[in-house]
Design a protein around this ligand. Structure first.
Ligand code: AHG
Ligand code: MN
Ligand code: MN
Length: 337
């Protein structure tokens, strides 16, 4: 019986009733759901719609924008401005924060990476969208960068859409993690992965090994020990994965465990790391922690970091609790703490 499932809208309404909330939160999630469905459609049409290739522009971080980076950003901006639920937005693809005009009642701020893993678009490998929702601070009337610079622990919700072999949305509102699969025939996300939990132990790690010459000793030690397998200090064989789409890696970890690393290394250290704190690391950290995992820089909890600027980068180690704790302890030992 295929129709016993709960739609994402019904799920959000149930949460809203349970919390006695006003409904504005459900409305703003609806805008994100629309945006993600539209992006899924464009990703899926791919080359047929001329969606592959470069846009011919650079973003604020000096990265070449793909056509789909720009299109996904436009869709996210448009759909979320229409609902009037947000006072402001910030995106990987926009240098400055964007005030949503006419959203006099907007109580929330939206931060997003409209298309994550965009190097994978043209080769038809999974990409995603990531979002983080903050409450507009009391008494703030003008939408400036400072209003967005809040610790990850202040997020009211976070999630991602994965445009993979099926399209999924995975969300948290601070009450566990739930995953929904898009039924393309009816155009609705259905709850397929209730209360997702990351196993504490794993035999799988993900890191871009081409950067090994830049790694710090604690990361090198961890990877060497995994690669030593059964005969090494870990006493078991490990497998390695690298998709180069953080959304796909986090999703794999939520489903079957694992550890994902984009650590500080001697080359990216001057920029603070590779991944962006506000719209990549914080929302993923919120999801991972809500699923029982951990997310750190190797030297502290990601969601406790006080941000200093919108496009700030940060080292990221996340996933199965016991592996992240081990990596943290290797960093502490190396630092002499
Ligand atoms: P984006 O496409 O939004 O710029 O993010 C790409 C990120 C992340 O998704 C992925 O894990 C990482 O960059 C890939 O890095 P490498 O190119 O070093 O593999
Ligand atoms: Mn990204
Ligand atoms: Mn991106």
């Amino acid at each position: 019986m295929p129709y016993h499932r709960i739609t994402m809208t019904h799920f959000l309404l149930q949460e809203q009733r349970r919390k006695g909330a006003s409904g504005s939160f459900t409305a703003l999630m609806t805008d994100i759901i629309f945006a993600c469905k539209m992006i899924a459609h464009e990703v899926n049409r791919g080359a047929l719609a001329g969606n592959h290739g470069l846009a011919g522009s650079e973003n604020v971080q000096g990265e070449d924008q793909k056509k789909l980076d720009v299109l996904a950003n436009d869709i996210f901006m448009h759909m979320n401005a229409l609902g009037g639920n947000y006072a402001g937005m910030a995106s990987e693809e926009l240098e400055d924060v964007h005030a949503v005009h006419g959203a006099a009642d907007g109580k929330y701020l939206l931060l997003f990476d409209p298309l994550d893993g965009s190097s994978n678009i043209d080769v038809n490998i999974s990409v995603g969208s990531i979002f983080s929702i903050l409450r507009l601070p009391e008494g703030v009337n003008t939408i400036e960068e400072a209003a967005f610079l809040r610790k990850g622990v202040e997020q009211v919700a976070a999630g991602y859409a994965l445009y993979g072999s099926s399209t999924m949305m995975v969300i948290t509102t601070g009450n566990g993690v739930n995953g929904f699969t898009l039924d393309n025939n009816v155009g609705m996300f259905m709850l397929t992965h209730p209360d997702m939990k990351i196993p504490e132990d794993t035999k799988e790690f993900a890191i871009n090994a081409s950067r090994s010459r830049f790694w710090e000793p604690p990361v090198k030690r961890y990877v060497d020990e995994c690669q030593a397998g059964k005969e090494g200090p870990r006493g078991k064989d490990f497998n390695m994965r690298w998709v180069a789409s953080m959304v796909a890696e986090v999703h794999r970890i939520l489903v079957r465990g694992g550890v994902f690393m984009y650590p500080a290394d001697s080359e990216n250290m001057k920029k603070g790391g590779k991944l962006r704190l506000m719209y990549e690391a914080n929302p993923m950290a919120f999801i991972v922690e809500q699923a029982g995992g951990l997310a750190t820089t190797g030297r502290g909890r990601i969601m406790d970091m006080a941000p200093t600027h919108l496009h700030q980068r940060v080292p990221v180690i996340l996933g199965s609790r016991n592996e992240v704790e081990r990596l943290d302890s290797y960093h502490a030992e190396f630092d002499g703490k």
